[in-house]
Design a protein. Sequence first.
Length: 392
Amino acid sequence: MRRLAIVLSLLLLTGTLPAAAEAKVRKGPGGLAFYTPPKPLPAGKHGALIWARKLSGAAALKGGAGNRLLLYRSASASGKPVAVSGTLTVPKGRAPKGGWPVISWAHGTTGIADQCAPSRQGSEAIVNYANPLLQRWLKAGYAVVRTDYEGLGTPGAHPYLIGRSEGHSVLDAVRAARKADTRLGKRVVLAGHSQGGQSVLWAASLAPKYTPDLKVRGTVALAPASHLAEQSTAISALHSPSGLSGLVAMILRGVDVGRPSVGVSGLLSERAAALYPQTLTQCLGALASPSSFGGIAPADLLRQGADLQPLVSALSQLDDPEDLRIRTPVQIQQGTADQTVYKLFTDPLVDEYKRHGIKVTYKTYEGVTHGGAVTDARSAADATKYIRARFR
């Protein structure tokens, strides 16, 4: 008996006692069946864990003590219960007092179709460029939670760039992860890139009322999408075929999901209308190709004479983060050579936040492209430094 007590004490000291770390949760089914929730959804509040299972392969992060695939309850933009998938990776070693600090990562654009969910794509995921940075944070002692967002992998259409839905998914992923592994603490930093940068700004604004149990210490938004309403009126000046048209088509689909009354399909040109169904079946790379929307100039996506005011209004209300009120510190990072999220629009976003009294830090990087906001050594170091300071 004394020997058993000694062994248990050693396990507790080294943090390797599984029963102390993982709550008893329902094991999810294998394969793609994992993403189909039971009907009706199990009772519970938003952030309740539906089920989980171990995650391995290309979708798992390296350098941690283990990866888990999660399915959890969240709330759609309208507030209705919905199931969302995501992943959890914990650092190696023993959790500090108060539990592992948590980084809730929001990924950049992948697409709207189910197969575009990062946890399903594995080695083909176009978001894997962020893995070195996320693994750097794991090594620093932070648990990493990654949402797929509503409708990516799970039933229903993904409400692309609909801020309230994304914010809910980002925050509820942390709640669910804390139920899957009791070593996770309440201290959270929100971090994301591009679509994810916009997502975490929304999450930061929603957190005080939506998840008051979480202690959001700060937000890092890397090249966040903003001013979409303004940009929608500028596409008429872009007359050359461009992969940008694939992104615009997805934004239009997002409005279609979030505000059907706008009647997006009636605004499309004949060529764009013929390709529009692909937004629900193809990922970003295919949509941006010359055989799809990439073969159309942005100016030719909408029919001549269409009344765009309802669309512009919807984008402003559903997507744009510039009028948000955020109580916690924010750091925004932007490359000057970004041809997807232009510095031209990020500069006024920062100015607007300052006018709103938001504590915002702005970092810019000469010659850095869109993806470089994540992969550039200077930007990655600044994001890591900021997170470290917020967790002190």
